[in-house]
Design a protein around this ligand. Structure first.
Ligand SMILES: [Zn+2]
Length: 169
Protein backbone atom coordinates (compact mmCIF):
# COMPACT_ATOMS: atom_id res chain seq x y z
CA UNK A 1 0.00 0.00 0.00
CA UNK A 2 1.29 3.43 -0.94
CA UNK A 3 1.14 5.93 1.92
CA UNK A 4 1.14 9.68 1.34
CA UNK A 5 4.40 11.36 2.35
CA UNK A 6 4.11 13.61 5.40
CA UNK A 7 5.43 17.09 4.69
CA UNK A 8 7.48 19.53 6.73
CA UNK A 9 5.31 21.23 9.35
CA UNK A 10 3.89 17.97 10.70
CA UNK A 11 5.28 17.45 14.23
CA UNK A 12 5.81 13.70 13.60
CA UNK A 13 8.86 14.68 11.52
CA UNK A 14 10.45 16.42 14.48
CA UNK A 15 9.67 13.72 17.06
CA UNK A 16 12.18 10.93 17.81
CA UNK A 17 10.74 7.53 16.83
CA UNK A 18 10.02 4.68 19.20
CA UNK A 19 12.40 1.68 19.02
CA UNK A 20 11.25 -1.30 16.95
CA UNK A 21 10.81 -4.27 19.27
CA UNK A 22 8.74 -6.81 17.36
CA UNK A 23 10.02 -8.24 14.09
CA UNK A 24 6.71 -9.78 13.09
CA UNK A 25 4.30 -9.88 10.12
CA UNK A 26 3.14 -6.34 10.85
CA UNK A 27 6.70 -5.09 10.47
CA UNK A 28 7.12 -7.05 7.20
CA UNK A 29 3.99 -5.32 5.92
CA UNK A 30 5.20 -1.91 7.09
CA UNK A 31 8.57 -2.37 5.36
CA UNK A 32 6.90 -3.51 2.11
CA UNK A 33 4.65 -0.43 2.27
CA UNK A 34 7.65 1.80 2.94
CA UNK A 35 9.54 0.53 -0.13
CA UNK A 36 6.40 0.90 -2.25
CA UNK A 37 5.76 4.44 -0.96
CA UNK A 38 9.42 5.42 -1.44
CA UNK A 39 9.50 4.23 -5.06
CA UNK A 40 6.15 5.88 -5.80
CA UNK A 41 7.60 9.17 -4.55
CA UNK A 42 10.84 8.65 -6.57
CA UNK A 43 12.96 8.52 -3.44
CA UNK A 44 16.06 6.50 -2.54
CA UNK A 45 15.37 6.54 1.20
CA UNK A 46 12.33 6.76 3.45
CA UNK A 47 11.92 6.80 7.23
CA UNK A 48 8.74 5.65 9.00
CA UNK A 49 7.94 9.13 10.42
CA UNK A 50 7.63 10.30 6.79
CA UNK A 51 4.50 8.18 6.48
CA UNK A 52 3.29 9.32 9.89
CA UNK A 53 4.62 6.34 11.89
CA UNK A 54 6.86 7.38 14.76
CA UNK A 55 9.13 4.31 14.83
CA UNK A 56 12.84 3.82 14.37
CA UNK A 57 12.82 2.16 10.98
CA UNK A 58 13.93 3.33 7.54
CA UNK A 59 14.43 1.84 4.09
CA UNK A 60 17.10 2.73 1.53
CA UNK A 61 17.72 1.77 -2.09
CA UNK A 62 20.27 4.11 -3.63
CA UNK A 63 20.07 2.15 -6.93
CA UNK A 64 16.30 2.78 -7.22
CA UNK A 65 15.26 -0.82 -8.13
CA UNK A 66 18.38 -1.52 -10.25
CA UNK A 67 19.99 -3.88 -7.75
CA UNK A 68 17.75 -5.96 -5.45
CA UNK A 69 20.74 -6.46 -3.12
CA UNK A 70 20.92 -2.72 -2.58
CA UNK A 71 17.58 -2.73 -0.72
CA UNK A 72 18.35 -2.03 2.93
CA UNK A 73 16.17 -2.09 6.02
CA UNK A 74 17.50 -0.11 8.96
CA UNK A 75 15.71 -0.85 12.22
CA UNK A 76 17.02 0.92 15.32
CA UNK A 77 20.10 2.20 13.42
CA UNK A 78 23.07 3.86 15.08
CA UNK A 79 25.95 5.62 13.41
CA UNK A 80 29.09 3.94 14.75
CA UNK A 81 31.78 5.53 12.56
CA UNK A 82 32.16 8.64 10.42
CA UNK A 83 35.08 9.66 8.23
CA UNK A 84 35.92 12.52 5.88
CA UNK A 85 33.73 15.31 4.59
CA UNK A 86 31.66 15.73 1.47
CA UNK A 87 29.28 18.47 0.34
CA UNK A 88 26.40 17.69 -2.02
CA UNK A 89 22.95 19.13 -2.70
CA UNK A 90 20.50 17.25 -0.54
CA UNK A 91 16.74 17.00 -0.67
CA UNK A 92 13.99 15.25 1.28
CA UNK A 93 10.66 13.77 0.19
CA UNK A 94 9.07 15.64 3.11
CA UNK A 95 10.43 18.97 1.85
CA UNK A 96 9.62 18.67 -1.86
CA UNK A 97 11.08 21.04 -4.48
CA UNK A 98 13.88 22.27 -2.20
CA UNK A 99 17.55 21.25 -2.30
CA UNK A 100 20.54 22.68 -0.47
CA UNK A 101 24.17 21.63 -0.23
CA UNK A 102 24.85 19.81 3.02
CA UNK A 103 28.29 18.83 4.28
CA UNK A 104 28.25 15.31 5.67
CA UNK A 105 30.78 12.58 6.40
CA UNK A 106 32.03 10.84 3.24
CA UNK A 107 32.23 7.38 4.77
CA UNK A 108 29.81 6.13 7.40
CA UNK A 109 29.31 2.84 9.24
CA UNK A 110 25.95 1.99 10.73
CA UNK A 111 24.83 -0.73 13.09
CA UNK A 112 21.20 -1.69 12.59
CA UNK A 113 18.74 -4.57 12.70
CA UNK A 114 17.35 -6.10 9.51
CA UNK A 115 13.76 -7.15 8.87
CA UNK A 116 14.31 -10.30 10.97
CA UNK A 117 15.84 -8.43 13.88
CA UNK A 118 19.41 -9.57 13.08
CA UNK A 119 22.03 -6.94 13.89
CA UNK A 120 24.41 -6.04 11.09
CA UNK A 121 27.05 -3.44 10.33
CA UNK A 122 27.44 -1.76 6.97
CA UNK A 123 29.79 0.90 5.65
CA UNK A 124 28.71 3.25 2.89
CA UNK A 125 30.44 6.02 0.97
CA UNK A 126 29.13 9.14 -0.75
CA UNK A 127 25.40 8.75 -1.52
CA UNK A 128 24.98 5.68 0.72
CA UNK A 129 26.82 7.40 3.58
CA UNK A 130 24.55 10.42 3.09
CA UNK A 131 21.45 8.22 3.08
CA UNK A 132 22.54 6.52 6.33
CA UNK A 133 22.95 9.92 8.00
CA UNK A 134 19.81 11.49 6.51
CA UNK A 135 17.55 8.56 7.46
CA UNK A 136 19.05 8.10 10.93
CA UNK A 137 18.48 11.84 11.48
CA UNK A 138 14.79 11.33 10.59
CA UNK A 139 14.48 8.65 13.27
CA UNK A 140 15.92 11.15 15.77
CA UNK A 141 13.36 13.77 14.73
CA UNK A 142 15.93 15.76 12.78
CA UNK A 143 15.70 17.12 9.23
CA UNK A 144 18.53 17.97 6.84
CA UNK A 145 17.69 21.67 7.11
CA UNK A 146 19.14 21.59 10.61
CA UNK A 147 22.53 21.19 8.88
CA UNK A 148 22.27 24.34 6.71
CA UNK A 149 22.85 27.94 7.74
CA UNK A 150 20.16 29.68 9.82
CA UNK A 151 19.83 32.26 7.06
CA UNK A 152 19.09 29.67 4.36
CA UNK A 153 16.82 27.75 6.71
CA UNK A 154 14.75 30.84 7.56
CA UNK A 155 14.41 31.69 3.88
CA UNK A 156 13.23 28.16 3.14
CA UNK A 157 10.76 28.24 6.04
CA UNK A 158 9.35 31.55 4.79
CA UNK A 159 8.81 30.09 1.31
CA UNK A 160 7.14 27.03 2.82
CA UNK A 161 4.84 29.16 4.98
CA UNK A 162 3.78 31.03 1.83
CA UNK A 163 3.05 27.75 0.07
CA UNK A 164 1.06 26.58 3.12
CA UNK A 165 -1.03 29.75 3.07
CA UNK A 166 -1.70 29.28 -0.63
CA UNK A 167 -2.79 25.71 0.07
CA UNK A 168 0.06 24.40 -2.09
CA UNK A 169 1.95 22.46 0.59
ZN1 LIG B 1 14.24 12.98 4.30
Amino acid sequence: MIHPIVKYGDPVLETPGQPVEKFDDDLQKLVADMFESMYAANGVGLAAPQIGISRRIAVIDITFKEDPDAKLVLANPEIIHKEGKHSQPEGCLSIPEFREPVTRAKKVTIRAQDINGEWYEKTGEDLLARAFLHETDHLNGKLYISHISALKRDLMKRKIRKLMKAGEW
